[in-house]
Design a protein around this ligand. Sequence first.
Ligand code: NDP
Ligand code: 2IT
Length: 452
Amino acid sequence: MSDYTSRVLEEVRAKNANEPEFLQAVQEVISTIAPVLDAKKKYEDNCILERITEPERTIIFRVPWTDDKGNIRVNRGFRVEFNSAIGPYKGGLRFHPSVNLGILKFLGFEQIFKNSLTTLAMGGGKGGSDFDPKGKSDAEVMRFCQSFMTELQRHIGADTDVPAGDIGVGGREIGYLFGQYKRLRNEFTGVLTGKALNWGGSLIRPEATGYGTAYFAQNMLATRNDELAGKVCVVSGSGNVAQYLVEKLNQLGAKVVTMSDSNGYIYDPEGITPDKLAWVLELKNVRRGRIKEYADQFKSAQYFEGQRPWNVPCDCAFPCATQNEINGAEAATLIKNGCKLVAEGANMPTDLEGINNYLAAKILYGPAKAANAGGVATSGLEMAQNSQRLNWTSEEVDAKLFGIMKNIHDNAYNHAHEYATGSDAAFTNYVAGANIAGFVKVADSMIDQGLV
Ligand code: NDP
Ligand code: 2IT
């Protein structure tokens, strides 16, 4: 690392000492963009690293609501408006008990570069609450969402900040949030994405993150004249991203043998076929049940309580649950068991040691901000349709998503090779490529717009 990157990293560490996930995300980006910073002094001259690691605005608010027994409950709400150099703040809302400022800052920071890679005009933001939707009635979730939006509405808008879903925020929550926004502001605008089709949503948005991750994996494999057909795939998570990734992997002829939730994973050596996946969708999205039930329903499967699926031998691994779900030892186990590709549906699912293991083994590694960008890209397409007051067909949206994922892949690939030197030159380091490509567009835009 150069003097500039080391100094800024030290300053960021000192200022944000109690935000380990944010520091991890910053370290990963800064350590890989050093060649660009060395080659072009304008970034240091304009203090771009110091500015890009500080959110433009952070909003923290009280969210009071009443549960079904009439008890008063209080949660904390957040919106981190990180960077608006290339468009309105854009990024999801996460409702999970683990949510705190540091986690949302890591997610918002990642979102800056991810959104830049999509080629669409979207800045970076993220928000959410430590509210836990698990075990709550629909009425409780609605009252919480209404209270959350009562404060959030004054900070967002179709040209200002456009939230969407993330962990714990799906179609139900977006509906309640949108309803309250419309009621308070008396306007029907594309202020949220992930809406239902009847009221401004886009076809393929629910599928987009998972489909996009599969498309990214296809593109990586193509560089080695390989394809997904016939590959044994290990997937974690069983929520929105995992569900549609499994659907697409099945369509592309791969065999998916695991899914998980925060309690454990199921291993089905015969594959999670389309009919079994349909059962999983009903289990998770309608009954809101646990993945454990899969092993009761399908006798070919076994359930492993309290474990993650990374010791299952596979050709390809797709972490789609949460941050830091693969550590250095688990990454080493994947590689030892023959895994040749990791594509990240979740945000920052591999820790820094794990990433170093992938890079040392020279496997195909698609980092989150590139591999899962199809979700937010399709949110960008939803915004475009809302502005036009038109709806595109699913074929049109899917074709655009496919093109965007190829473009992100090629952009990361080309930037990786432009800056790779010596023995690294033949290997595609998509981490460096994605970070550099995402960074340059935002940093140049910040310079164009002066010191704001
Ligand atoms: P969902 O809430 O639909 O599903 C989350 C899944 O991950 C569930 O199976 C959940 O299990 C599991 N999970 C959540 N937290 C943990 C944890 N701490 N430990 C183990 N398992 C956990 O969320 P999404 O599918 O939307 O999001 C999954 C990941 O993908 C996240 O990292 C998110 O940031 C990322 N992502 C999402 C996008 C989107 O469009 N939705 C776009 C890009 C990235 P359980 O039910 O037990 O909590
Ligand atoms: O992490 C992500 O990219 C998302 N949760 C989706 C964000 C969005 O605005 O669609």
